[in-house]
Design a protein around this ligand. Structure first.
Ligand SMILES: [Cu+2]
Length: 163
């Protein structure tokens, strides 16, 4: 397990709290086996940033737990599954080396300030309005290709969500 020194830009990009809400306007889901991914999104990156976060809801309709064990995108050198949480008053981010468990018959929300996928080594920073192709890899369900719309820099919810 690795700990990451966080730059201010990364903290601004990732530590903001989220009021998670479904985007009913542009709902699109992707399914592989018992796993369905919905409400997936990322966000534009500040000019100097080489890392970005991705967010989604993962639902497991199966009777066995599954795990999100990896991901990749042509837009990043690598991708990791991360957890962010408060530790002694400091927001810390770490890689989930064994992946993220999606319980049988349950769902897990990846959101700013919590679980997320992390894009590392991004040379051409995501811009608002772009669609970022991402391949998620689940232990049982296998590979699942999704397209993540990029919201504004620092966005806390799925682009297209309106009040
Ligand atoms: Cu991270």
């Amino acid at each position: 397990m690795r700990k990451f020194a966080l730059t201010l830009a990364t903290l601004v990009a990732l530590a903001l709290p989220l009021t998670a809400q479904a985007d009913d306007h542009a709902k699109k889901t992707h399914t592989a086996g018992d796993i369905t991914v919905s409400d997936h999104w990322t966000r534009a990156m500040p000019p100097a940033a080489a890392v970005g976060g991705g967010f989604m809801v993962i639902t497991n309709a199966g009777s066995e737990p599954d795990r999100l064990v990896g991901l990749s995108t042509p837009r990043a050198g690598s991708g990791e599954v991360h957890e962010m949480k408060m530790d002694g008053g400091v927001m810390k981010m770490r890689e989930l080396a064994d992946g993220l468990e999606i319980p049988a018959g349950g769902s897990v929300t990846l959101e700013p300030g919590g679980y997320h996928v992390m894009f590392m080594g991004v040379e051409d920073g995501f811009k608002e309005g772009e669609m970022i192709p991402v391949t998620l890899v689940f232990e049982k369900a296998g590979a699942l290709e999704i397209m993540m719309p990029a919201g504004p820099v620092g966005s806390k919810m799925h682009p297209g969500h309106t009040h």
